[in-house]
Design a protein around this ligand. Structure first.
Ligand SMILES: Cc1ncc(COP(=O)(O)O)c(C=O)c1O
Length: 442
């Protein structure tokens, strides 16, 4: 398969996991929303750290302290390069705006803990935020309730999306009030792939700034798939995970406007976050050092830089977008006609609005189980079943029809092929058309 003149088979050869066989067949990996596979260049970058300079780092922004040993000096070069690579990816003003985290969840927790919210302030999100962009704010609400001595205090509010799950800018704008101190939204949905358009983000940022608030963008499902420029969008904080873009597991990024990072209280503190301590007081480093407690995942930083370079330079966002559209179009053409009272798709019908994600649902958990089991046994298909950390939205929308918990998601990345989509669609078709034939198995 070629996309924009690129031979996808050639790209696939860079991924060792795709060369594996089980029962004589290769894997069909359709769980990319959760985590992507890694190309050899990323694995080599990780190995390089352990083989060549496996020591503690000193490459923080305030790492100007004299480094006097061989391995540390070599590592420092890579640390500086990695942070700059992440800054360039996002169009950040400086690499000091990049905080390494373990993942998007940790990045969002740093913001939710660090902002100095007062009783009466409100945090706004959509009805479909990932738990990682919901629970930290519910915890902030709990702390503010305790502080105010008011168990009824409402801090976290939500606005509704369109009926088909698309983003509704008017509703979002209308929900912003003078009390809104934080607007925390997903840039793209991990449930149905829908994206908040750039113009809408800019309009929301302008409005939330007018009332003195900040816009926190959960970019876990956007940065791996499209160019995201924090300054062009006008957002204040952004979080994403490197493991969703060919990078090592447990690496993420928090980007924040430097003046805002400088006002944020540190969350996890201790070694390496401090400029100095005395028995009774502490002086923290400037950002980003004050947010990176203890020794870090230095191999992960090398891997992160390699992954970002691979995704943006070797593959390129144009190829990613074109390939995802081709694959999701095929999946949609094959699966949408199967719609019936026990099977339907979530989100907008048009695959162009759903990135690389297609999610199907059923009031019958047995049917969803059967598709997953059959795909695994017959074709090594890996998809994801469950509520995908958007429990609150699924309960709100689908408890009444009994399908909230019975969802199956297939998510593609640039290395997937039309043949893989067809293999998955064949399985779905068999089970949906003849469910009783497969229920005993499930
Ligand atoms: C939209 C969204 N936000 C946040 C997260 C959390 O990412 P992580 O598990 O890497 O912290 C995910 C993970 O799937 C996600 O899809």
């Amino acid at each position: 398969m070629t996309t924009l003149g690129r031979d996808i088979r050639e790209l696939r050869e860079a991924f060792p996991a795709l060369a594996r066989l089980r029962r004589g067949k290769p894997p069909i990996y359709l769980n990319n929303t959760c985590m992507t596979l890694r190309p050899r260049v990323v694995i080599d970058a990780l190995r390089r750290y352990y083989e060549e300079f496996p020591t503690c780092g000193g490459g923080r922004s305030e790492g100007s302290r004299q480094l006097d040993n061989w391995f540390q000096e070599e590592l420092r070069e890579h640390e500086v390069h990695a942070r700059q690579t992440a800054a360039d990816l996002l169009g950040a003003a400086s690499s000091d705006e990049i905080v390494w985290t373990r993942n998007t969840s940790e990045a969002l927790n740093i913001v939710a803990h660090g902002l100095r919210l007062e009783p009466g302030d409100e945090v706004l999100g959509s009805e479909r935020e990932h738990n990682s962009n919901l629970v930290p704010w519910l915890e902030a609400e709990r702390r503010l309730r305790e502080r105010a001595g008011d168990p009824e205090l409402v801090v976290r509010r939500h606005f509704d999306l369109d009926e088909d799950g698309g983003f509704n800018l008017e509703r979002a704008l209308a929900a912003i009030t003078p009390r809104t101190k934080v607007l925390a939204i997903a840039h793209a949905s991990n449930l149905d792939g829908t994206v908040v358009p750039d113009d809408a983000i800019r309009a929301l940022a302008a409005r939330v700034h007018e009332v003195g608030g900040v816009l926190v963008l959960d970019a876990a499902q956007s940065v791996p798939h499209r160019r995201v420029d924090v300054r062009a969008l006008g957002v204040d904080f952004l979080a994403f995970s490197i493991h969703k873009m060919c990078g090592p597991t447990g690496m993420g990024v928090l980007w924040g406007r430097y003046d805002l990072l400088a006002e944020l209280d540190p969350f996890i503190v201790g070694g390496d976050t401090i400029a100095d301590t005395w028995q009774d007081r502490v002086e923290y480093k400037k950002p980003p050092g004050r947010f990176e407690a203890g020794l870090q995942d230095y191999a992960g930083m090398l891997g992160a830089a390699a992954a970002i370079e691979y995704v943006t330079q070797t593959v390129g966002y144009d190829t990613i977008a074109a390939q995802e559209l081709a694959l999701n179009t095929r999946l949609t053409e094959r699966l949408a006609p199967l719609t019936c009272d026990h099977f339907w798709l979530l989100g907008p019908r048009d695959p162009a609005q759903r990135g690389g994600v297609i999610t199907m649902t059923s009031p019958s958990g047995a049917l969803i189980n059967a598709i997953e089991r059959l795909g695994d046994r017959e074709a090594n298909i890996m998809v994801r079943r469950g509520m995908f950390c958007v429990n609150a939205y699924l309960h709100k929308r689908f408890d009444a029809v009994g399908s909230a918990k019975n969802n199956l998601r297939a998510s593609v990345y640039f290395y997937n092929t039309l043949e893989e989509c067809d293999a998955f669609a064949d399985i779905v078709e068999r089970v949906v058309r003849h469910p009783l034939d497969y229920f005993d198995d499930a």
